[in-house]
Design a protein around this ligand. Structure first.
Ligand SMILES: Nc1ccn([C@@H]2O[C@H](COP(=O)(O)O)[C@@H](O)[C@H]2O)c(=O)n1
Ligand SMILES: [Zn+2]
Ligand SMILES: [Zn+2]
Length: 643
């Protein structure tokens, strides 16, 4: 039982700590200018991965899903006042990355109902909805039914044992008319994912675009003013794995002049790309760090009843292609996920009326769910911050240095503990930085959420074993996330050694921890580290300008070593331990090195219930260094912690 695994004694009491909200005083820069509103406008989320609580340790991404509920309602109201359309779009990957989604026995069981409080117009499925059969079936039976025709899975089917047939998990396409009369044909296309469990079937995009239903939908017998292609799929056609290019090209060949707008995801980046003079694509990051904004004007529609250029606000002005004469104009913006941003762009910014009751209720549900899941339970006090890419691989503050140490200390088969072993993990299994200070049950999912188990090939001759890691890192790799820019945000002041710089005390505690005015009264000038995005429209897409966080390329696999001879000599044989997630790749690379192995030689090294979710918590609990400061973690002696 996953939810039983959390420690029960030490708990970080969130009622006694507050998440720093950006204010004029604490020097987080706010949005640079109001948004441009067009004839049709979009708010886009993607790869939320359960981060509906927002980022507790990063003030810049500190809004929660309840804040987004309030914000989206303000924006919908504003669109109505301006006489334009606003559509809300999500492009999948709802869990694997946060305790709120992953600490329940079925991923998403508690977070999906929270997610469902947004009035989305279109959604599509991510690969994380398809790795595990129970989750795929839950998505089919429950999530997709909540959204009906709005949930688009144009190339994803699931085996329905009741009918004995493969059925589309959602709708293949949706034709609809917006409130102000724009007639839209929409599709939802997952990249050519192959890591799904055997209950689902993904049709490659190149095959899907030849299917008759797709061609009929593109050639629909009613007028189409705009195509929307949403996909858990990188938007940039040259990006590894993207199949949106082929979908675009097929539609364009059949419909030379109809605008096509894409919304993508999966590669966890902020990006905007131009396909042609009337087609662009937006991708909006990951983990509730980014809310994407896209606006368009100039769509030819005989049924449009709204305003092409709403008054009293800025309007989109950019052509997709400079030489274009088709009249289409675009704007795109990447909003940082915090209340300052939301309040700034909401109808009535800078006052105390931002929160809708519906938003506050969602926040309460999030807090209650976190409490019920025991997410603040403390495993240990991390003595330092370990980041995924802000430090070079091998540096002390690089997370894979910690991972190697933790693997060596915790991945042990008692009957073989004296035999030298390499323990190899894919670096993509680590999903986020591990921040100095309290390492909680929640953090364990944030850093390493997957349930991949440890397998091995016993007693591999050293001459082969010693080269496996390099061979894996040079080999053709299993697909993996590219990641984006990210980082925790230390406040620019001095703190005690084991103090989390992003958490501070509210004197007297209190339950209304996040509902305070952001006091936006003056323009701020301090630029904080964060996303610095460059896309096809240039470098002005980030709503809040940031300074860049260093980003070093990391290898695709990392390894820990244990039980090697202490005298420095080479062992004769080594147990090569690895995750079941990439077992067949290890066998393939051993064969490439000249060894004679097949998958029949692979066995579990430990009980399969000991997974990648477990080794860091175990390490935190057994490491004297991580336990030493527990009584003083997170904010100083005796505060914010009790047992
Ligand atoms: N059991 C798993 C599943 C996935 N991964 C890693 O996640 C990457 C995919 O994540 P996205 O959010 O980009 O879809 C995948 O490439 C693996 O690196 C894993 O380690 N174990
Ligand atoms: Zn993702
Ligand atoms: Zn994905």
């Amino acid at each position: 039982c996953d939810s039983c695994y959390g420690p029960s004694s030490a708990v970080v009491h969130e009622r006694n700590v507050r998440r720093m909200q950006p204010t004029a005083q604490n020097a987080t820069v706010g949005p640079k200018a109001p948004l441009e509103w067009g004839q049709i406008n979009f708010l886009h989320t993607t790869d939320t991965h359960g981060w509906l609580e927002g980022h507790i340790k990063e003030q810049n991404y500190g809004a929660d899903w309840g804040d987004f509920v309030s914000f989206s309602r303000h924006m919908t109201q504003k669109a109505g006042n301006l006489g334009v359309d606003l559509l809300l779009v999500d492009t999948g990957d709802l869990h694997d990355g946060n305790g709120l989604s992953d600490a329940s026995s079925l991923d998403g069981a508690l977070s999906n109902p929270i997610f469902e409080n947004i009035n989305y117009d279109l959604l599509t499925i991510g690969n994380h909805e398809l790795y595990i059969s129970d989750i795929a079936y839950d998505t089919f039976a429950n999530f997709s039914k909540v959204w009906g025709e709005k949930y688009l899975t144009s190339n994803v089917q699931i085996f329905n044992s009741a009918t004995g047939q493969y059925e589309y998990i959602g709708a293949k396409y949706r034709y609809f008319t917006t409130e102000h009369g724009i007639r839209i044909m929409s599709f939802g296309v997952l990249f050519d994912f192959t890591g799904n469990s055997n209950v689902s079937k993904i049709t490659k995009a190149a095959d899907m675009v030849k299917q008759q239903w797709f061609l009929d939908a593109v050639n629909y017998n009613e007028t189409i003013d705009l195509f929307l292609v949403i996909g858990h799929n990188p938007v940039r056609r040259t990006d590894s794995g993207s199949t949106l290019g082929v979908v675009h090209d097929t539609i364009r060949a059949l419909r030379p002049n109809t605008p096509i707008q894409a919304f993508g995801g999966h590669s966890h980046v902020r990006d905007f790309t131009v396909y042609d003079e009337s087609s662009t694509g937006l991708e909006s990051g990951r983990y509730c760090e980014t809310l994407g904004w896209l606006s368009m004007s100039g769509i030819n529609s005989t049924t449009f009843t709204g305003n092409m250029k709403p008054r009293g606000v800025a309007n989109p002005t950019r052509k997709a292609v400079n030489s274009s004469t088709n009249g289409l104009a675009y704007s795109r913006r990447y909003l940082d996920w915090n209340r300052l941003t939301f309040e700034y762009h909401a109808t009535k910014s800078q006052d105390s009326t931002f929160d809708y009751h519906s938003g506050l209720r969602v926040t309460e549900t999030i807090n209650a769910t976190r409490t019920s899941l025991n997410l603040s339970s403390l495993y240990g006090c991390a003595p330092a911050t370990y980041c995924q890419s802000c430090q070079p691989f091998g540096a002390a503050g690089n997370i894979f240095t910690l991972v190697s140490e933790a693997l060596a200390a915790t991945v042990i088969n008692a009957s073989r503990s004296d035999i030298a072993r390499y323990i190899i993990v894919n670096t993509g299994s680590i999903r986020f930085d591990l921040v100095k200070g309290p390492f909680t049950y929640d953090d364990s999912f944030i850093v390493s959420p997957f349930t991949d188990a440890f397998q091995y090939i016993p007693s591999v001759p050293y001459q082969y074993a010693k080269n496996v890691l390099n061979q894996l890192n040079g080999a053709t790799l299993v697909e993996r996330s590219q990641g984006g820019l990210f980082g925790y945000m230390p406040l620019p002041n001095n703190h005690d050694s084991c103090e989390d710089p992003t958490i501070s005390l509210i004197s007297g505690g209190g339950s209304d921890l996040k509902r305070r005015s952001t006091g936006l009264t003056r323009r701020q000038t301090v630029v904080t580290p964060g996303y610095v995005t460059s896309d096809d429209f240039g470098t002005d897409g980030d709503d809040t300008p940031h300074s860049a966080i260093p980003s070093y390329t990391q290898p695709n696999y990392a390894q820990g070593n244990a039980s090697f001879p202490t005298n420095g000599s080479d062992p004769d044989v080594v147990d090569v331990v690895f995750l079941d997630y990439f077992a067949s790749t290890v066998v393939k690379e051993l064969v490439a090195l000249g060894a004679n192995y097949t998958t029949a030689d692979v066995a579990y090294y430990m009980d399969p219930s000991f997974t990648t979710q477990k080794y860091l918590p175990e390490y935190a609990q057994i490491s004297p260094e991580w336990q030493a400061d527990v009584p003083n973690c997170p904010v100083g002696k005796g505060i914010g912690y009790s047992d």
